[in-house]
Design a protein around this ligand. Structure first.
Ligand code: 13P
Ligand code: SF4
Length: 339
């Protein structure tokens, strides 16, 4: 083939390639409604669905949700809903908790890969061995764990009620606290109790730079630092208030302070800003120049994926009935203890 023939062949190949790409794009655009908010609202009615969203979700998802909350509020909402379908805009362990509480409902998670680095630090086999090594201990597990870990636990807790639940137990009761070592250390400090800690942690909450927070406090002398108890002790010691996402939100709204350095996933700032538009919220920076203070798992959910999940009624959360029944008891204990 001569040079011109070669060129023609190349041209023909790239034209076909371009045409295919354009058609694919057009096809997917054709199927995605222009007004996703209206389309999701109408699917909500059609399915008798409720959308539950965590504060770490992207703003559009928070804005379309029927209930936005921290892990405890969302577990309570899941326990009390009359909807037939629960669309969980959060991570896998949260949707799993909703399914444990609602075996007959369809529970959808927009992206099944929305896991949790903290839950992943606690594999069931290793945890079973850890538990056997402490036979006289009661197991309190943070809700950020798999259904298998919940099934091996006595009581579930969240960052909202961990201190209260530990305090309610007799002083001489020995306790394993899993999987978050930072929340565990915080609970030990608040209660003066000695807990046996599983050494798990969250990649997002361990990313904050103590040095950069200290620098921000100098740059903004009026600002108060506030933090989630999943942060390391080095960060928590700079915080004038420590609490779950819901508690942080409430504190910002009620405090006379006008400026806050927020050491948790920055998705929460959408609600902080909505509830107190005149206040200034500064996300606590990570160690590196990255967006690693954003939870990569929470952010896998998008409004588009939420629409497709409702439209196609998938991906659905499923689990074995044995695990579900064993995991249900410690969740119910938590709900009774935080009524
Ligand atoms: P809360 O929802 O209890 O504040 O926990 C935050 C978190 O990391 C959820 O994954
Ligand atoms: Fe898990 Fe951390 Fe993401 Fe929360 S912020 S879902 S604990 S990885």
């Amino acid at each position: 083939m001569n040079a011109q023939g070669n060129n023609l062949q190349l041209y023909a190949t790239s034209t076909v390639f371009t045409t295919t790409l354009v058609q694919r794009d057009k096809t997917s655009l054709d199927h995605l409604p222009l007004d996703l908010f209206t389309a999701i609202e109408s699917l909500k009615k059609e399915l008798n669905a409720v959308i539950l969203a965590h504060y770490y979700q992207e703003p559009d998802i928070q804005d379309i949700a029927d209930c936005i909350g921290d892990s405890l509020q969302l577990a309570k909402a899941a326990a009390n809903t009359n909807a037939d379908v629960i669309v969980f805009a959060g991570v896998h362990f949260m949707a799993e908790t909703a399914k444990i509480l609602n075996p007959d409902k369809l529970v959808l998670l927009p992206d099944l890969n929305a896991g949790c680095s903290l839950a992943d630090t606690c594999p069931p086999k290793e945890f079973a061995a850890f538990k056997s090594a402490h036979p006289n201990h009661l197991v309190i597990s943070y809700i950020n764990c798999s259904a298998e870990i919940k099934a091996m636990s006595d009581i579930i807790c969240t960052s909202s009620n961990a201190v209260k639940i530990v305090e309610s137990l007799p002083q001489d009761q020995q306790i394993i606290f899993a999987p978050d070592r930072n929340l565990g250390r915080y609970v030990m400090e608040k209660t003066g109790r000695d807990l046996v800690l599983w050494q798990g942690s969250c990649v997002v909450h361990e990313t904050f730079s103590e040095k950069k927070i200290a620098q921000l406090k100098i740059a903004y002398p009026e600002a108060e630092a506030i933090a989630h108890p999943e942060c390391e002790t080095s960060v928590l010691r700079h915080a004038s208030f420590i609490g779950s996402t819901a508690a942080l939100l409430k504190y910002c709204q009620e405090s006379p302070t006008k400026e806050f350095i927020v050491a948790t996933e920055p998705g929460i700032i959408h609600q902080m800003q909505k509830q107190a538009p005149h206040k200034h919220f500064i996300p606590a920076p990570p160690l590196n120049n990255c967006a690693c203070n954003e939870c990569p798992f929470m952010r896998l959910n998008t409004l588009e994926k939420l629409y497709w999940a409702m439209k196609n009624r998938t991906p659905e959360i499923t689990m074995s009935e044995d695990i579900r029944l064993a995991a249900l008891q410690p969740i119910q204990r938590m709900l009774e203890m935080s009524a």
